[in-house]
Design a protein around this ligand. Structure first.
Ligand code: IVH
Length: 675
């Protein structure tokens, strides 16, 4: 029995949270502080935890769901999602307006003018007020089901708020990333050593197409609604203006920077106004949209195959300016990726001074053939890294040479390795100054040398103060040096010190994985260790020998070979060995936390091949066999498992799924840890 007081409180909390969410994300006008909101949220979360039967899908706590295993399913739109035709100039706009007037046989037309957001079109289905499905535009007829991800967008109501809601409505709108959110996201990408998104549109699209809604939930996406598809059980408004007000009344976010304008002149005035306001808007736009206001006139005009006759997008001219390339610099990112950057004579592009432009990668640079001394058109797509739109080949100075991409890292001098795809990477992972923090973090991570307590902040201080230049320096740190770091008490520094000492005894696969060799993950490290048996053999193997290892193809072999032939890396490995890093247990022996256990695998696994799972289990001492019997200790079942699961149930053998397996492999407890 749930006490009435609890029930009432849950209802009141949900109502309050919906209200404040709406004030904050839709109306942009919060009434309470973030801390107060968090308190209410935490209270509801606690009540729903204590009384799980009270959880409902539209609770404010239920925005982030489980990963989507099978990819995005298809969604057939109730009414197709059209695109817009474009005009780029005032005369083209005049032509559009004339066509509309001629067809309607009237003097002047009333339009609604709206900002054209640069995001992703979305269709939201609400049934009796409840959000039941969200789909991308796709080809206009069939889109992809991205419900789980759209639910994480706080501006998107999980339930419509009006007293009377339509029985069924398809709401159309744009998912976008506000400029501020884009900057935050790219900052985070940079901190994680990941590539920044080129523009808010790409970032929004990438975020919405994540299979794991937990990732989407961390992306500050937002939403504006601007139209409808099918509507049942409610009166259709008579104009676009009334429609937008209707959507607002349902609790949906609608852009207030719109206007009702008269005729061509009104459209043009709106366009000019938005063009000047563009830089100050909190979201990116690439133009404006004019829609015939009267819906009955819209119906009279009808549509062409892909776009309506009653609307048009008036695009802003691309923000471009021509300038000269002073030089080309190759920058090294935190993961060792090399990015060529053009250094430019500063030029104003859309009011912002631009002095450098990304050339993305060596292939792109070669394809464009950008040379020092060239005149180039520079483009800025919003508040993002500017790029080179084109090279003015006619103005190329005589005697210029194509840029030769360096084969040595400009930071540490190690060789540059070309990976599959377009990335060029510095092979000096263990020594390159640009990569130090990341290298140490990886080396200390749980699945590598597992140095507990050596966290990000501590690593940052040790690396930035140059106390730790390579991972080998960790082993000469004293407790007092650790204690000098910020937020390190005597006790925590003693603990970290002890963890560093303990990490000296490791396993060869952990050690190999911890070196952070490009392309070498945990499973490949294991395969290398099993195939060669000792480190020296791996270090002196040529590419042909490396390819013989299961899991290792030509690209991986090249990366491994390059890593071990780099003298600096060899020196660090030697220093690690001298510092006492060793592996007391040989791989291939059955000693391990799963020694004596018999395991059967069935089905397919999402993140690993079956062979990789098998190898990881065997490294922990398990025996992996083909069929289930009463002697089987566990069955591990991936997707679409066969009859083995049935058999296991019959024999009372415990069955573990992929999540369970991962938790197991991650587990620090001695029962399943491979140390
Ligand atoms: S109306 C039938 N209104 O632009 C009308 N679209 O180039 C279809 N867009 O697919 C769209 N802001 O993703 C409309 N205020 C706005 C818009 C807008 C952005 C996008 C939308 C559409 C694309 C067409």
């Amino acid at each position: 029995m749930i006490p009435v007081a609890v029930l009432e409180r849950v209802v009141a909390l949900r109502k309050a949270l919906h209200h404040h969410n709406h004030r904050y994300y839709v109306q942009d006008d919060p009434e309470i502080t973030d801390a107060e909101y968090d308190r209410l949220f935490a209270e509801l979360l606690a009540l729903e935890r204590d009384f799980p039967e009270l959880r409902v899908p539209d609770s404010p706590t239920q925005r982030v769901g489980a990963p989507i295993a099978e990819g995005f399913g298809p969604v057939v739109h109730g009414q197709s999602m059209l695109s817009l035709s474009n005009v780029f100039s005032a005369p083209e706009l005049a032509d559009f307006d004339k066509r509309v007037r001629d067809r309607l046989g009237c003097e002047k037309v009333t339009y609604v003018a709206e900002p054209k957001l640069d995001g992703l079109a979305i269709s939201l289905r609400y049934e009796r007020g409840l959000l039941v499905q969200a789909a991308t535009r796709g080809d206009g007829t069939v889109g992809e089901d991205v419900t789980a991800n759209v639910r994480t967008i706080r501006a998107c109501p999980l339930r419509l708020t009006a007293a009377v809601v339509p029985e069924f409505i398809e709401v159309r709108g744009e998912v976008y990333l506000p400029k501020a959110g884009f900057l935050v996201l790219n900052q985070r990408q940079a901190e994680a050593g990941a590539r920044p998104f080129a523009n808010p549109r790409n970032a929004a699209a990438g975020s919405l197409r994540q299979l794991d809604p937990r990732i989407t939930a961390t992306r500050p996406l937002s939403l504006f609604c601007y139209g409808i598809g099918v509507l049942r059980g409610g009166a259709t408004p008579e104009s676009q203006d009334a429609l937008l007000k209707f959507l607002t009344s349902l609790g949906l976010p609608v852009n207030s920077d719109r206007g009702v304008v008269q005729g061509y002149e009104g459209c043009l005035a709106y366009y000019e106004d938005m063009k000047t306001r563009r830089a100050l808007l909190p979201y990116e736009i690439d133009g404006v949209v004019y829609k015939v206001n009267s819906l009955s006139q819209q119906r009279m005009l009808g549509e062409l195959s892909r776009s309506p006759r009653w609307a048009v997008a008036h695009k802003f001219p691309a923000e471009e300016a021509v300038t000269r390339v002073k030089g080309i610099e190759v920058q090294v990112g935190r993961t060792g990726a090399l990015t060529p950057v053009a250094l430019l004579e500063p030029v104003s592009v859309g009011g912002v001074s631009v002095s450098h432009a990304t050339l993305h990668n060596p292939d792109e640079l070669a394809r464009r053939d950008v040379r020092i001394g060239d005149w180039v058109a520079v483009r800025r797509a919003g508040d993002v890294i500017p790029e080179i739109a084109s090279v003015v080949k006619e103005r190329r100075p005589a005697g210029s040479e194509p840029f030769v991409f360096p084969d040595r890292c400009p930071v540490c001098g190690s060789p540059v390795v070309r990976e599959e795809g377009v990335i060029a990477r510095c092979a000096g992972g263990l020594v390159c100054q640009a990569q130090r923090r990341q290298t140490v973090r990886h080396f200390a991570s749980r699945r590598a040398l597992d140095i507990e307590g050596l966290g990000e902040k501590l690593i940052e201080q040790l690396v930035d103060s140059a106390r730790v230049k390579t991972v080998a320096d960790l082993y000469s740190l004293s407790p007092s040096e650790l204690a000098q770091c910020e937020r390190m008490g005597e006790r925590s520094s003693a603990n970290v010190y002890a963890a560093i000492q303990r990490s000296r005894a490791t396993t060869l696969p952990r050690f190999l994985y911890g070196l952070g060799i490009p392309q070498v993950g945990e499973a490949t490290a294991l395969a290398l260790a099993q195939s060669f048996g000792d480190l020296e053999a791996i270090m002196s193997a040529d590419e042909a020998r490396l390819i013989e290892v299961p899991d290792v193809g030509p690209v991986v072999a090249r990366a491994i070979h390059a890593f071990f032939t780099e003298p600096h890396n060899r020196a660090v490995i030697k220093a690690l060995r001298t510092a006492g890093v060793h592996w007391p247990v040989r791989v291939g022996t059955t000693q391990g936390p799963l020694s004596g256990k018999t395991i059967v695998l069935t089905g397919t696994f999402t993140d690993m091949s079956r062979d990789q799972v098998k190898a990881l289990l065997m490294a922990r001492g398990a025996k992996v066999v083909a069929s289930v019997s009463s002697r089987t200790d566990w069955v591990i079942a991936g997707r679409d498992p066969g009859s083995k699961v049935q058999k296991a149930h019959e024999l009372g053998v415990p069955v573990i799924d992929e999540d369970g397996l991962k938790a197991w492999l991650d587990d620090r407890s001695p029962k399943t840890d491979s140390r």
